[in-house]
Write a protein that binds this ligand. Structure first.
Ligand code: EPU
Length: 420
């Protein structure tokens, strides 16, 4: 049996216009979990069918939600009055976003049993900030035998100061505090566009949250929430991935359905490398003709350069002119993929949170393995610039976040196939 794989060969410069997909993995799944807060029928539109979507559907069904398709890329979630507040290991271990059911289950039922979540192996991925916020709201928590056991008599609004602007902790605290008694304030909250979209959705359900996009969120607790319909934002990471593909392979591509303000730092770094990035009426236009000049990059919470783009820019820097230092401040194991890039002739040395990337004139195609969602995409981009054929094994890692990476790149003229 031939293994599942992407097969990539260098081709002509990329060209064309593409519409970005809905952000399922980091926004849609969270909103599906948040729909638990409102009994009745909620409709979510613009959900791209990535692999993690099926896992979230199974998880919510186990909790008691009836889910039906409502046309292409739209789901109807019928949330019952009585929920089963248990999230089993078999499902939770497959996906990080399953932790997002914890807050809504507590807010609706006063209790929750949720297995410790899985997801990409990119760092230790602690939950202490989620727990600190929940405890401040009046939740009792224990972790035993790989299970989070949480309960509360009454949720009370509280002031929570996060040590770090964690995306997951901000989501957990917010989706619990919406049904608490009184006002909650989250200081040093995450500011990612996906957090803003979750706030928009929660407010449509009837929540009272202000401060979206800033570091201070104020949540006025309400008694109940009611179902609604919402359209998920465009996937800024997919858009950034395609911009990086142009940076790697050259060409002229316009990406519609996304605003440059969600990708400002990516645009800024690509410009520093020598890529032309502009906002037009049709979307973000990315153009590259000459060889790029290396620049240093460090990852930071939004609006800084996102950790999700780090493997992608390392793939771009691998053939830039000069040496770059890349610093990963968010996840401590996210450089594991550089061993794979080295198999393609890249000159990258990673040590702790830093990598030194010395640009080489050209990479050479080789069999490599995707280790996580973005590293998988990064290897495909590296293959676009390499001589010969690159085979990226374990494509399922990339497919947790990209519905059809090969198809999208092919539409822009790239020579990429998904086989197996
Ligand atoms: N952290 C703690 N304690 C906590 C929570 C987080 O120390 O209680 C630490 C983590 O260990 C990590 C850092 O804070 O070092 C960032 O974690 P954060 O909570 O912000 O991230 P996350 O919610 O686990 C989401 C995305 C990631 C994305 C990060 C950062 C989802 C499902 N995942 O993870 O997406 O990289 O935010 O923006 O939304 C990806 O799409 O490739 C991906 C990994």
């Amino acid at each position: 049996m031939t293994p599942d794989r992407y097969v990539v060969r260098a081709g002509p410069p990329l060209s064309g216009t593409v519409q970005v997909s809905g952000m399922t993995k980091n926004a849609g799944l969270k909103q599906m979990a948040a729909a638990l807060l409102a009994p009745g029928e909620t409709i979510l539109n613009n959900l791209t069918p990535v692999d993690d979507l099926a896992v979230m559907i199974e998880l919510l069904e186990a909790i008691g939600v009836e889910i039906t398709s409502n046309g292409e890329s739209s789901l109807c979630l019928r949330v019952p009055d009585q929920l089963t507040p248990k999230a089993p290991y078999e499902l939770v271990s497959r996906m990080r976003a399953s932790i997002n059911v914890l807050g809504p289950l507590l807010a609706r039922t006063g209790q929750a049993q949720v297995a410790l979540p899985g997801g990409d192996d990119i760092g230790s991925r602690k939950l202490n900030l989620h727990f600190y916020g929940l405890e401040a709201l009046g939740v009792d928590l224990r972790v035993e035998h790989g299970l989070i056991e949480a309960s509360c008599r009454e949720l009370r609004g509280a002031r929570v100061v996060l040590e770090y602007p964690s995306v997951g902790a901000t989501e957990t605290i917010m989706t619990t505090a919406v049904l608490a008694k009184g006002e909650s304030v989250i200081e040093n909250a995450a500011r990612e566009p996906e957090i803003c979209d979750l706030i928009k959705f929660l407010n449509l359900l009837g929540a009272k949250i202000s401060g979206a996009g800033s570091s201070t969120l104020v949540i006025e607790g309400v008694e109940t929430l009611a179902p609604t319909e919402h359209t998920i934002i465009g996937d800024r990471i997919e858009a950034g991935t395609l911009m990086m593909a142009v940076a790697a392979a050259g060409g002229d591509v316009t990406i519609g359905g996304i605003s440059l303000s969600d990708l400002e730092m990516v645009g800024r770094k690509l410009s520093e490398l020598g890529v032309e990035v502009t906002e037009t009426e049709e979307g973000i236009r990315t153009r590259r003709s000459d060889r790029l000049t290396a620049c240093d990059v460090q990852t930071l919470p939004f609006p800084g350069f996102a950790t999700d783009f780090m493997p992608l820019i390392v793939a771009v820097l691998a053939t830039a002119n000069g040496t770059a230092i890349v610093t990963e401040n968010i996840f401590e194991h996210r450089f594991a993929f550089v061993d794979e890039l080295q198999r393609m002739g890249a000159d990258v040395r990673a040590e702790g949170r830093h990598a030194v990337v010395r640009g080489v004139p050209q990479l050479s195609g080789a069999p490599v393995r995707a280790l996580d969602v973005r590293a998988g995409a990064a290897l495909v981009l590296a293959g676009l610039t390499a001589t010969g054929e690159t085979t990226v094994l374990d494509p399922h890692h990339a497919e947790r976040g990209y519905a059809d990476l090969a198809g999208q790149l092919r539409n822009l003229g790239a020579d990429v196939e998904r086989l197996g």
